[in-house]
Design a protein around this ligand. Structure first.
Ligand code: FAD
Length: 144
């Protein structure tokens, strides 16, 4: 009989991550999966290592800080898999006020340890900025 320190049931991203972390700390780990590695929800993920921007609106600052910290850990551990990706968020008058989005993104920039790989968010004038080239000319304001 083999003795283990930790039995992890389910090899989605959480089980696989826990097993990897624990074995990296020297524990004897057994990972059991009924089907295949990442066969279920984890196979459907968009693969974004995000920090949970939308949770700021619910006042979940601690959660966002932790998620941003983890983003940095994953980026350092797997630079061959994780790379920064610029998103352009166009703004339109029926959305949240622009000042609110700017404030949320500023908080997001400052809550976590943002390494040099992640440039700060910024307001973009789509009529002047190359980022606007592929978007409808009716859109003028955005954030990256
Ligand atoms: C469309 C979509 C897009 C998403 N995009 C993102 C994203 O961009 N970024 C992000 O961070 N998150 C994203 N998510 C969320 C993320 O995918 C999930 O939070 C994550 O995959 C959950 O992983 P898990 O390991 O908890 O669960 P799962 O991946 O479901 O793994 C659980 C595993 O446990 C196994 N299991 C269960 N019971 C047993 C048992 N009794 N014995 C053996 N094995 C068992 C199952 O077979 C399964 O393989 C997205 C989710 C969806 C649906």
């Amino acid at each position: 009989m083999h003795e283990v320190d930790l039995l992890v049931i389910g090899a989605g991203i959480n089980g696989a991550g826990i097993a990897r972390d624990a074995s990296g700390r020297g524990l004897k780990v057994l990972l059991c999966e009924q089907h295949d590695l990442a066969a279920h929800t984890s196979s459907a993920s968009s693969k974004l290592i995000h920090g949970g921007l939308r949770y700021l609106e619910q006042g979940e600052f601690g959660l966002v800080r932790k998620a941003l910290g983890e983003r940095e850990v994953v980026r350092r551990q797997a630079p061959f898999l994780v790379r920064p990706l610029c998103f352009v968020l166009p703004w339109q008058p029926h959305l949240r006020p622009r000042w609110m989005l700017r404030l949320g993104l500023w908080l997001y920039d400052h809550l976590g340890r943002r390494g040099p790989a992640f440039p700060a968010s910024r307001a973009v004038d789509l009529h002047d900025d190359p980022l606007g080239a592929l978007l409808s000319p009716q859109l003028q304001h955005a954030f990256s």
